[in-house]
Design a protein around this ligand. Structure first.
Ligand code: ADP
Length: 417
């Protein structure tokens, strides 16, 4: 009797190649785009080997490996940021690639042999999917718990802050309302569905709710942390820790952080540091925050083209970093307001684009440039913007080669207002 076990073993490499190709081609598995080959492949070859043992008439079925690898796969995909729909699509493709690659072999078998093989492969894949989703859900729930405890801590600090400082409070409350309403709504729905008898607890809609809770939780945390950063500055509690800083190394580090984001949008990242000072005396953490923020904005607000960072020495013991993008640009009116806390431009405010979309880009808080301008001030520098609608923007930061620590550095209030 043909069991197709050897046929599957012989074709593992082709199946893996075809599957990775299919995943990369699938426009809806976004998370795979930024990952290297090995991270997408994960343990598929081992899973296929285990399925081959199930098909074999002579070998013992290696169910244990199948289960173990599926559980690990779910955890890995959660860590890689896949959403549930993407995992479901990736398994749909596994099923399709296995059957289409084995088709010539299956056609040589009798009906009974083919039915047996299809049934076994389907059973194995169903088991793999169920285990993977279970571990994926557990991992996501763990993430939620972590975000929740971070939120609690941030919330405590925020409450303390609110007592001390009432500025910007109504705007902050307004900004917190949207993600919070969503978190509460979806958590409630999720819990109600979990409590229903006969409802599979790891079904796709449930996982979708977890995704939304997590996304909104993270957005909230991001917002609270940014708000805290601003108020620390306003209260004069943001301290400067100057050290000798290797400018090129710092820039290289930041570029490595933002590059995957640029790659996922097919943007070129160009760096020109030939005329940069080798070392400066500044606060490296604050400088890194400034550069990261400007680069991630440049990537966020650019659909196609490139992002260019130029760093150069200037006369009179100063130096500059400029970040230029080929993005949507900022009109003159808005250029005056972008450094104000909570100021954001609707993505479709441009008259060229049709209907106004009632949402901002993901992670948009309107606090990024407010923080950057305060950090630049703290580092005793200046920031300027030059921008043309539809052409792009350049943000230039000019800093002294050496920041001065003055003992009577007063809390710096109402900068840029
Ligand atoms: P956000 O979190 O909304 O990006 P920021 O304070 O960083 O907040 O930026 C404020 C606003 O300035 C953004 O909402 C966006 O409209 C605009 N902006 C910032 N950087 C750029 C850029 N490089 N190109 C176009 N618009 C930008």
């Amino acid at each position: 009797m043909k069991d197709f076990s050897q046929a599957l073993l012989n074709k593992i490499d082709i199946i893996v190649e075809n599957w990775i190709e299919a995943v990369r081609q699938d426009g809806q598995i976004e998370s795979a785009k930024q990952l290297p080959y090995k991270a997408v492949r994960d343990s598929l070859p081992i899973v296929l080997q285990a399925i081959a043992t199930m098909l074999s008439e002579t070998e013992d079925s290696d169910i244990e490996t199948l289960v173990q690898k599926s559980i690990e796969h779910g955890v890995l995909r959660a860590k890689q940021g896949y959403d549930a729909e993407e995992i479901a699509r990736e398994y749909r493709l596994v099923r399709w690639v296995i059957f289409s690659t084995l088709e010539p072999d299956l056609l040589k078998g009798s009906s009974a042999e083919v039915i047996r093989a299809c049934r076994l492969i389907d059973t194995a894949l169903d088991e793999v999917i169920a285990r993977c989703f279970k571990s994926y859900t557990d991992e996501r729930l763990h993430d939620i718990e972590q975000v929740q405890s971070q939120l609690q801590l941030a919330n405590q600090e925020l409450t303390r802050l609110v007592r001390a400082n009432k500025d910007n409070l109504s705007e902050l409350a307004h900004e917190l309302k949207t993600p919070l309403t969503s978190i509460i709504g979806y958590s409630d729905l999720f819990l109600r569905q979990q409590r229903q008898p006969n409802e599979p607890s790891d079904s796709l809609p449930n996982l979708g709710h977890i995704e939304k809770v997590l996304r909104n939780g993270r957005q909230l945390l991001h917002l609270i942390n940014d708000a805290l950063e601003i108020s620390r500055y306003e209260a004069g509690k943001m301290q400067l820790h100057p050290t000798i800083t290797d400018v090129r190394a710092l820039i290289k580090n930041v570029i490595e952080i933002v590059e995957p984001l640029a790659r996922s949008k097919d943007l070129d990242v160009l760096v020109e540091c030939d005329r940069a000072p080798d070392e400066v005396m500044t606060d490296p953490l604050r400088l890194q925050q400034i550069v990261t923020n400007l680069l991630s904005n440049a990537i966020r607000y650019t659909k196609a083209g490139s992002i260019k960072l130029v760093c150069q020495l200037l006369p009179n013991n100063h130096w500059s970093i400029s970040v230029t993008d080929t993005g949507i640009g900022i009109n003159i009116e808005h250029q005056k307001q972008i450094f104000d806390p909570y100021f954001r431009v609707f993505p479709n405010d441009s008259p060229k684009q049709g209907l106004r979309e009632q949402s901002y880009p993901a992670n948009s808080t309107g606090l990024g440039l407010a923080i950057v301008s305060r950090l630049v001030k703290l580092l005793q520098g200046k920031i300027e913007v030059n921008s043309e609608m539809g052409v792009g923007s350049t943000f230039t930061v000019v800093l002294p080669l050496e920041v001065k620590i003055s003992l009577d550095l007063e809390p710096q209030l109402n900068i840029n207002k």
